[in-house]
Design a protein around this ligand. Structure first.
Ligand SMILES: Cc1ncc(COP(=O)(O)O)c(C=O)c1O
Length: 398
């Protein structure tokens, strides 16, 4: 280095806002990958990842698009045929009239949440969500300078929020996020309570954000859409879960009129557009011809869920949230440990089963909870339960 050049000792600057919690499940995935390399025996029950690919018609549509289309930038809000397909799908599922203009498409619902938080909230705004709840809501809101208000939700309300909880806050929050079926609990909100929340939010100027990305995956309980009650709410959708297309990165919002232009401007700047090939595949996935294949997946989840309901108590996990939908079991392990992160690491070391420690989802009780995902095959889940049954970690210490 020439002598007149200053020494470069300072590392690149990092914002204070980026100091949010990591998604701890990523640490589990890293440890599981290491175990897989050394032992080759890992069963992953830690990710909300279907073991199936996109439906055949969606894969064929992607191949067709690759062969015939430039697949360049698209409209920032998504191509019209996809917005039409999303509108038709919602209309068919919930009986609500939805037009393509109501739909804004994003790179996954994760991309939709970031754009929505930017379009709807200012730094300092208070946004309510359930505890336990999906950690990316909390961490993204915090990174954007919003104040997260955690609503303590337990078995008494199926781990879902109520109007009474909102009434007990010192003032109405700027936003409320409801997820049904929920992650990590899998519970479904009662349709009447969702309608009451939607009306309360409209009356109090609170933006209701209804995360409905697990719709299509419920096992007996009725799932309602927030748009059945209030078109001033935002409905969140995605091809990731029921449609078995996590990596294709296509999600969307049904947005009230006042938010559409702000969302378009923000997503145009942040993302330019959603992935082109994913959009073409998603059109096919949303159509009738994919339904039969997708419903077969749901039947498999339902079978695995029955296995879990029978076997969880047998291995000593008696206290869990009612898994009404999605593909998660939220289990209490307080009789086994006060440190769920360590317990999950030890379980992985002991028998190669990877679960997610509860600390990702619950900032208060998470040290005594784990989330088990049954998105994989039934045989895999059965094998994991066999291994857990044999593990000393499942035997209470006192
Ligand atoms: C409740 C919930 N919302 C949103 C997401 C994000 O999904 P995606 O970005 O794949 O649409 C997830 C992912 O697991 C989730 O569980």
């Amino acid at each position: 280095m020439p002598p007149d050049q200053p020494a470069r000792t300072r590392s690149a600057r990092v914002s204070a806002r980026s100091a949010v919690e990591p998604f701890h499940v990523m640490e589990v995935l890293k440890a599981a990958a290491a175990r897989q390399r050394s032992h080759g025996d890992v069963i992953m029950l830690c990710a909300g990842q279907p073991s199936t690919p996109a439906p055949a018609v969606a894969r064929a549509a992607a191949i067709e698009a690759l062969d015939t289309d430039v697949l360049g930038y698209t409209e920032s809000t998504g191509i019209l045929p996809l917005r039409r397909a999303v509108a038709a799908y919602h209309q068919q599922m919930s009986g609500v009239e939805v037009s393509p203009e109501d739909v804004v498409v994003f790179p996954g619902s994760s991309g939709a949440f970031t754009a929505l938080f930017l379009a709807a909230f200012d730094p300092g705004d208070r946004v309510a969500m359930t505890r336990p709840g999906y950690p990316a809501y909390r961490n993204s809101l915090a990174a954007l300078g919003c104040e997260v208000v955690e609503l303590d939700c337990g078995p008494g309300t199926r781990f879902q929020p109520t109007v009474a909880m909102l009434e007990s806050l010192p003032e109405p929050p700027a936003g409320l996020i409801v997820a049904s079926p929920a992650n990590p609990t899998g519970t479904v909100i009662d349709p009447t309570e969702l309608a009451s929340l939607a009306l309360w939010c409209e009356e109090h100027g609170t933006l209701l954000i209804s995360d409905e990305i697990y719709h299509g995956l419920s096992y007996g309980r009725q799932t309602a859409s927030a748009w059945e009650t209030s078109r001033e709410s935002v409905v969140v959708g995605s091809v990731s879960k029921y449609f078995s297309m996590t990596g294709w990165r296509v999600g969307w919002l049904l947005a009230p009129a006042s938010l559409r232009r702000p969302l378009e401007i923000i997503t145009g700047n942040l993302n330019i557009c959603p992935p082109a090939v994913g959009q073409h595949a998603a059109i096919a996935a949303l159509g009738e011809s994919a339904r039969c294949e997708l419903d077969t997946h749901r039947e498999r989840y339902a079978t695995t869920r029955q296995v879990l309901l029978r076997r969880l108590p047998e291995i000593g996990l008696r206290d869990y949230a009612p898994p009404d939908g999605a593909f998660y079991a939220w289990c209490d392990i307080g009789h086994l440990t006060e440190d769920s992160v360590r317990w999950c690491r030890d379980l992985l070391d002991d028998c190669g089963v990877a679960l997610t420690p509860g600390v990702d989802f619950d900032t208060v009780e998470g040290h005594r909870k784990v989330r088990l995902s049954f998105a994989g095959s039934t045989a895999e889940v059965e094998e994991a339960l066999d291994r857990m049954a044999a593990s000393p970690l499942l035997r209470p210490t006192t």
